[in-house]
Ligand binder design. Sequence first.
Ligand SMILES: NC(=O)c1ccc[n+]([C@@H]2O[C@H](COP(=O)([O-])OP(=O)(O)OC[C@H]3O[C@@H](n4cnc5c(N)ncnc54)[C@H](O)[C@@H]3O)[C@@H](O)[C@H]2O)c1
Length: 248
Amino acid sequence: MSHSIDDLTGQVALVTGGGAGIGLAIGTELHRRGAHVYLVDISQDALDAAASALPDAVGVLGNIADLDSITSVVERVVGEAGGIDILVNSAGIGIIKPALEITEADWDRTLDINLRGMFFMSQAVARHMIPAGHGRIVNVASMCGTIAIDGHAAYTASKAGVVGMTKVLAGEWARDGITVNSISPTVVLTELAKNVWNGDEADEMLAKIPVGRFAVPEDVAQAVAFLVTQSGMITGHDLLVDGGYVIR
Ligand SMILES: NC(=O)c1ccc[n+]([C@@H]2O[C@H](COP(=O)([O-])OP(=O)(O)OC[C@H]3O[C@@H](n4cnc5c(N)ncnc54)[C@H](O)[C@@H]3O)[C@@H](O)[C@H]2O)c1
């Protein structure tokens, strides 16, 4: 049977932060294209909610800030599914405060999840992708990796780190058939963000987005699907999904 180029039938996808928001939308899109999807999340409540939204996916409790947890998640998925073709690192947090108010704990937590977690998850999965000679890794960064927004010092450090790290991994694993790219959305209206982004602040932000709307999780999911189905010539790229925000 021949498949269309964007068909993911038979492929195994692991999505971190897959219990909610952007990660769940990515898992949903990859599943729609035929992938066998594992959603990894630190929150059992999120996984329970995701199980009703996407019953065919497998929920796995795990903490990407903890190396032992990463190892056991990856071993479990590889043991069950035989390998991992696609890794999407979406789990992340944002602690938004003026620079003078950021504590050591805020800084460490942000970097531990957003940067260190993405690195060690990529490393653990690449150990299986390299012998297989094929893999697609997408890291969810942010337009904050490219531009400066007040209150985002720790978050921006983590996301700029993700963009840079992605390029290095892309180079190191290019000959192994693995592409590593990042996606950098503007404000994405997840259920959570809908409550945060309203009123004057939302109007100000919206005015800076040339297309005139915030992103929705499906915008990001489509871009991820493109990066995991492409032929392999796009690697080390940071794909902005920002409605044109950074062109001004
Ligand atoms: N929402 C936005 O406006 C926006 C914009 C740009 C980039 N992003 C990035 O997109 C990614 C997803 O964000 P979202 O808006 O969907 O957030 P969200 O809070 O809706 O979902 C994140 C999920 O990650 C999980 N998670 C958090 N810490 C974890 C850990 N240590 N281990 C495993 N899972 C963990 C949470 O439980 C949650 O289910 C993040 O990396 C975020 O920085 C979001």
